[in-house]
Design a binder for this molecule. Structure first.
Ligand code: MN
Ligand code: MN
Length: 323
């Protein structure tokens, strides 16, 4: 067993303390990875994000925003919890036969605390656009699902968007906010078109969303269809539906069954398995022009949801160099 694996066991229980100095972890300093100490960033960066911005292929950033959360709040803590969890894993990924250090990626840290959704969308879109203009792939760590359309708006309009979500997120507006996390796909469609976005793993929507979906021609893939026909067919169908070579992937962690991912804002039974989501990420990663993972809510987690999110990010990063 490596020293790193030993040390990672000491950090399975995390408690957050928020004070004037920002979020503090009792385990701070316990994981001895010297390159993780970086000036100018309040919290630890994602494990193995050792490349500079200029040399990086993937540039990640956290968006600790959860102001439209409708049930279990707290996804604002997720970027740091997911970064913390990322130190659990070996740099060598045996199922890929490749070391993640072979892929250059950079962690910008967290964006500032935004007070309104409009402010968040503007700020996140600007950062996303800056990363895309530099020829790099933006990866955002939420925060709630409202961050996804903000990242997508930083991309050219000729991309297709595949989402994994228990929910359709297709409301025109929710609680008087059109940028609510309950509207994520509706706002994504505003940018790329109703026929260029599809959510899979869906098992919940309102009657209004059903009517709008039928009227506007929005496709979806239900969790039940995936369980019956397999995840490979679902990915094929999703790619066919969006009809684009450049793919943006947005993962609402509640797509995964609450048995595996209990720490989410709106848990919904009958969800996907971690291996099914891994298969989606592995298939799409070579086509990715951007990605986000959102809705992890650490206060409701025993650590496994953040670990899974961290691992899925690592799967996506390493997959960007695979064909
Ligand atoms: Mn969602
Ligand atoms: Mn959802």
């Amino acid at each position: 067993m490596s020293i790193r694996a030993d040390l990672s066991r000491c950090t399975s229980t995390q408690r957050y303390e928020v004070g004037a100095g920002g979020t503090r972890y009792p385990s701070e300093g316990r994981i001895l990875r010297p390159e993780s100490v970086r000036g100018g960033m309040a919290s630890r960066r994602f494990a193995d994000a050792v490349a500079s911005f200029d040399t990086a292929r993937v540039v990640m950033f956290g968006v600790p925003f959860d102001r439209t959360c409708s049930f279990r709040a707290g996804s604002r803590w997720a970027p740091d919890a997911i970064r913390e969890a990322s130190y659990n894993f070996e740099t060598y990924m045996m199922d890929h036969g490749r070391d993640i250090l072979d892929v250059k990626f950079h962690d910008l840290g967290n964006l500032p605390d935004f007070s309104t959704t409009e402010e968040m969308v503007k700020g996140v879109s600007e950062v996303s656009e800056r990363i895309v203009r530099a020829g790099k792939i933006p990866f955002a760590i939420g925060g709630e699902h409202s961050i996804a359309p903000a990242v997508v708006r930083g991309l050219p309009k000729d991309v297709g968007v595949i989402g994994l979500d228990a929910h359709l997120d297709f409301r025109e507006s929710y609680l008087d906010d059109k940028w609510s996390h309950a509207c994520s796909q509706r706002r994504i469609a505003d940018h790329v078109g109703y026929d260029r976005t599809i959510y899979a793993g869906v098992r919940s929507f309102s009657s209004e969303e059903k009517e709008d979906r039928e009227r506007l021609g929005l496709s979806f893939i239900s969790a039940f269809e995936i369980h019956q026909r397999g995840i490979e067919r679902a990915v094929d169908r999703a790619l066919h539906a969006i009809g684009r070579e450049k793919v943006y992937l947005t993962i609402d962690t509640d797509a995964i069954d609450p048995a595996f991912a209990p720490g989410v804002g709106n848990p919904e039974p009958f969800g996907l398995t971690p291996l099914q989501v891994k298969a989606v990420v592995n298939t799409l990663a070579p086509k990715l022009v951007g990605m986000d993972i959102n809705e992890v809510s650490p206060a409701w987690d025993q650590g496994q949801t953040a670990l899974l999110a961290a691992r899925l990010i690592r799967e996506a990063i390493i997959g960007t160099v695979e064909k």
